[in-house]
Design a protein around this ligand. Structure first.
Ligand code: HEM
Length: 84
């Protein structure tokens, strides 16, 4: 079963140093190790650290990108009742 992560925990991980968590739909992704590889650049990812980036994600990528990187970057699911 995938780990259930609170909104508070996501908010507390908003930098590469502390862990850069972002939410896409209900999934929580740890981006710290990926920022320097991101084809869209590190800066744009750092700006959404600790936040829900669903809107930005779906603006620039498709389902295929999410599926491909999920095994590497997804660390759990956002706890229900805990929307940011
Ligand atoms: C799980 C999270 C993410 C992954 C795995 C990811 C991966 C990628 C990949 C593989 C590309 C290359 C283009 C493509 O293959 O579609 C890309 C481009 C890009 N990404 Fe991300 N990305 C993520 C999150 C984000 C977020 C949250 C933002 C915005 C805040 C963002 C902004 C961009 C931009 C602006 C581009 C360039 C688009 C273009 O050149 O047309 N990405 N990303």
């Amino acid at each position: 079963m995938s780990k259930s992560i609170s909104a508070k925990e996501v908010k507390e991980h908003s930098t590469v140093e502390k862990g850069l968590y972002i939410i896409i739909d209900n999934g929580v992704y740890e981006m710290a190790g990926f920022v320097d590889e991101h084809p869209g650049g590190a800066k744009i990812l750092k700006r959404v650290g600790g936040k829900d980036a669903s809107k930005q994600f779906w603006k620039y990528h498709n389902e295929g990108v999410l599926k491909k990187y999920q095994p590497k970057l997804k660390i759990g699911e956002l706890k229900e009742d805990a929307k940011l």
